[in-house]
Design a binder for this molecule. Sequence first.
Ligand code: SF4
Length: 82
Amino acid sequence: MDWRESAACRTEDPELFFPLGEEGPSRGQIERARAVCRRCPVVPACTDWALLNTERDGVWGGTTAAERRTLRSREPAERRTP
Ligand code: SF4
């Protein structure tokens, strides 16, 4: 079974996970997306997918694009959701 089939965001509006930025009014949207991720059973798979595919936009596995840039700069063993 593909991890996406268990994603908590399957029933959410996809727009929630793609804020226009990471500051100001977008912070609230990011926190609402993270609240969905916190109850999701596939966070590690989702985060790994976003890192492997260099996903540059959106909230994946509860991480923002800026957080994933930081994670990509770390050694693989250190890569876990902040
Ligand atoms: S971790 Fe978040 S973005 Fe990833 S599948 Fe789960 S709910 Fe969706």
